[in-house]
Design a protein around this ligand. Structure first.
Ligand SMILES: Cc1cc2nc3c(=O)[nH]c(=O)nc-3n(C[C@H](O)[C@H](O)[C@H](O)COP(=O)(O)OP(=O)(O)OC[C@H]3O[C@@H](n4cnc5c(N)ncnc54)[C@H](O)[C@@H]3O)c2cc1C
Length: 381
């Protein structure tokens, strides 16, 4: 039975994305993992297929869809077998562009959103800094008034798509004395003088996505680059993070389901002591428990997306979904690796890759601890 988030039309989209992912993306997964980034043509191809604007208005080249469509895309991209690809695409569709649609001027939408949906411009999101990750309010990148525009100075790190982006949705401080009211967002052209990629970071998993450290040295940014209201950037980026978390959950849970199914198949084929390893009661129970937890994580993500779709702003629920999915997905990956034995630890089965990719869900876009803090705050604690 379909969850009410989805209609048969969503399932048709699922089938066509699945065909695209399996025929055009999955064959390159290993090569992109080795190269440390998936090819830029993926953005253009997905733009041509209409996949980068599924829930954006038709007026901006989108498909006029909803959260159900976005979740279908995240789930199906997991079939690529390389988590970094889904993450790089999600940065484009669900992290850097939603604030442009929600807070941007018509000129900003035409300049950045429309070509991003077409896959002609690649965008990144710059929140994290070397000395401020969880504590977003402590970022130091500063935008100072300069003539009719601003001069921005600071450093950003762990920026996905950062090594190849045409523009960065940047979180800055415009007034250090104004507390949470002193933050502002900008869409910064990465070609501006003073903007540079200082290095690319090597990492445990998500290896097909590029991760950059960015330096902004007195970058002259025109006034039109200010996104939304000056001083409202903190609230605006907190809004952005909700969608980012939800889509990350959907993709990761789908990835864990794929590994679960492969492991189930393997447990039926692999024999030890004259029996399939899946027939040992201890292992049967592992499968029962994994399926239960994964289903709960999936349903929580779907219910949360539906609540958002119906006009709620379900912050606590999103944080619960992310916290729970992070724990479940990592438990599942660990158990599946154990069930695969040495073949899980070796690279050919791809289990270790999925295991490495999954670890990020407990760190990126807000750690487990930050999710617990958000949930506790909504209880008045
Ligand atoms: C592969 C990858 C891709 C990323 N992509 C992007 C991106 O595109 N754009 C972007 O802006 N950022 C990105 N990030 C950054 C990511 O969001 C941060 O790493 C994350 O928010 C955690 O920040 P931090 O690494 O500075 O850890 P810290 O904030 O230094 O935290 C370290 C530890 O302290 C704990 N901690 C912190 N505060 C508390 C507290 N109050 N109570 C209890 N424990 C606490 C944390 O939970 C964590 O366990 C990416 C990170 C990675 C690894």
């Amino acid at each position: 039975m379909l969850h009410p988030l989805f209609t048969p039309e969503h399932e048709e989209l699922r089938t066509s994305i699945r065909q695209f992912v399996e025929s055009e993306l999955a064959p390159h997964a290993l090569e992109w993992e080795r190269e440390g980034r998936f090819s830029d043509w993926v953005f253009k191809r997905m733009g041509d297929l209409g996949l980068l604007g599924l829930r954006y208005p038709l007026a901006y080249g989108g498909q006029g869809g909803d959260w159900g469509h976005a979740i279908v895309l995240a789930e199906e991209l997991a079939r690529c077998g390389s988590g970094g690809l889904g993450m790089g695409v999600a940065v484009q569709t669900e992290m850097a562009t939603p604030p442009i649609l929600k807070f941007g001027t018509e000129e900003q939408k035409q300049r950045w959103l429309v070509p991003a949906i077409r896959g002609e411009k690649i965008l990144c999101l710059g929140i994290t800094e070397p000395d401020a990750g969880s504590d977003v309010a402590n970022i130091q990148t500063t935008a100072k008034r300069s003539g009719s525009g601003f001069a921005i100075t600071g450093r950003k790190t762990f920026i996905t798509n950062g090594a190849r982006a045409h523009a960065c949705l940047l979180v800055t401080r415009t007034d250090k004395s104004a507390g949470h009211e002193g933050f502002s967002l900008f869409v910064v052209d990465t070609d501006l003088p003073g903007f540079s990629v200082s290095r690319e970071l090597d990492k445990l998993g998500m290896r097909s996505s590029d991760t950059a450290e960015l330096v902004l040295d007195d970058v002259p940014v025109p006034g039109e680059a200010l996104l939304g209201e000056e001083g409202k950037g903190f609230m605006e980026i907190m809004w952005e993070l909700q969608g980012e978390r939800l889509i990350g959950v959907a993709g990761s849970v789908a990835g864990a389901w794929l590994v679960f199914r492969r492991t189930l198949e393997y447990a039926g084929e692999r024999h030890a002591f004259g029996r399939p390893i899946g027939s040992f009661q201890v292992n049967r129970h592992k499968f029962a428990e994994m399926a239960t937890e994964l289903e709960a994580a999936r349903q929580l993500a779907y219910d949360t997306a539906l609540a958002w779709e119906r006009g709620e702003y379900p912050v606590a629920q999103i944080s619960m979904a992310k916290l729970f999915a992070g724990l479940v997905v990592n438990r599942v990956m660990n158990t599946c690796m154990q069930l695969f034995g040495g073949y899980g630890y070796a690279t050919q089965a791809g289990i270790e890759r999925a295991w490495r990719d999954a670890r990020l869900l407990r760190i990126g876009a807000g750690t487990d601890e930050v999710m617990r803090e958000v949930i506790a705050k909504t209880m008045g604690l």
